[in-house]
Design a protein around this ligand. Structure first.
Ligand code: SF4
Ligand code: MG
Length: 322
């Protein structure tokens, strides 16, 4: 059974003058236990909003989210609290999420309190958790400012693990770290996953990180998924021109070089005023008339992944070719 099931998720924000921003506009995906689903795309594409909706930090305008088989929409009070123990978030900047006046040990212990671990067991569990994330137990008496960025991120991970969740959303969790530290934290996340069967929703705009971390990858553009498939499908033979453009813009080790050289021009349009038809059409060098009028839906393409593009070839058409 999938631990996360998201169906047609929509998150709208109201802006001045009655403008509705469709920050997330009909997104569907699943995550299996022990799996990492990557969510990639430029900033402002709605990636973090998806995570916030899954955590019930933001209320969706529609669609369905099931975590551990449970529809989270109706949860209130004690059942919402119990649900929050299943899903945790690790943010980009631990400075924002760690209380600067709280010692590391107390921060991790707070998670154990939420889980209802008896007082007598907590110091031992704090030590175990710090060691699990590669920090000396002696760090329990330090403050966040006495730690490096990588060490602080390890504390965030220890705190998330403290409630024994089934899913962790990592929102640009390694993006602010130096390359070498980044690799250490990514390896730590993988080790923890292998031991525990945790699922990750791994959000990053950085495709090299994504290629390392994700089992499957979903590419988001202006609130919608435009491509989703295994890491090898999406990086080896991307079908959507937007994915191709992202991959062409930065060298990703091991990714397809055969991808069409689609240049990504300009900034993404405002989600308050999305283009008609395919939202990518103003930036797409392959756009045809149909792209301006008709929105492409996600469909299985050659290679097996899903892509939302009128032109990306479909399997039947490819097979018919000599
Ligand atoms: Fe480009 Fe058209 Fe495909 Fe959109 S549907 S990505 S505009 S070719
Ligand atoms: Mg974000």
């Amino acid at each position: 059974m999938n631990i996360v099931e998201v169906e047609n998720l929509r998150v709208h924000f109201s802006r001045r003058r009655g403008v509705t921003v469709r920050a997330v506009d009909g997104v569907s995906f699943t995550i299996a236990p022990g799996e990492t689903l990557g969510l990639a795309g430029e900033s402002g594409s709605g990636k973090s909003t998806v995570a916030r909706a899954l955590l019930r930090i933001t209320d969706p305008a529609g669609g369905r989210v099931r975590i551990g088989g449970r529809d989270i929409a109706g949860l209130r009070g004690a059942s919402l609290k119990a649900f929050r123990r299943q899903m945790q978030m690790v943010y980009q900047d631990p400075y924002d999420s760690l209380d600067p006046r709280m010692k590391i040990g107390a921060t991790v212990e707070e998670a154990l309190l939420v889980k209802g671990v008896p007082a007598a067991e907590r110091p031992g569990r704090v030590r175990e958790l710090l060691e699990r994330v590669g920090l000396p137990a002696a760090f329990a008496v330090r403050y966040p400012h006495e730690l490096s960025g990588g060490q602080r991120q390890r504390v965030s991970i220890a705190r998330a693990l403290g409630v024994d969740p089934a899913v962790i959303a990592c929102d640009e969790a390694v993006s602010a770290l130096d390359v070498s530290v980044r690799a250490q934290i990514l390896n730590l996340l993988k080790d923890i996953q292998e031991d525990s069967g945790l699922a990750y929703l791994f959000i990053s705009h950085d495709l090299s990180t994504m290629r390392f971390a994700a089992d499957r990858v979903a590419i988001m553009y202006l609130g919608r998924l435009v491509e989703i498939g295994t890491r090898d499908q999406v990086f080896g033979a991307p079908r959507h021109p937007y994915t191709q453009a992202l991959l062409a813009a930065v060298p990703v080790p091991g990714a397809s070089r055969a991808a069409r050289r689609v240049r990504l021009a300009g900034e993404p349009p405002s989600p308050a005023h999305p283009p008609t038809g395919c939202a990518f059409h103003p930036r797409c060098p392959l756009a045809q008339d149909v792209c301006r009028t008709t929105r492409p839906e996600l469909a299985v393409k050659q290679g097996g992944q899903l892509a939302a593009c009128h032109l990306a070839s479909e399997p039947a058409r490819e097979e018919a070719a000599p």
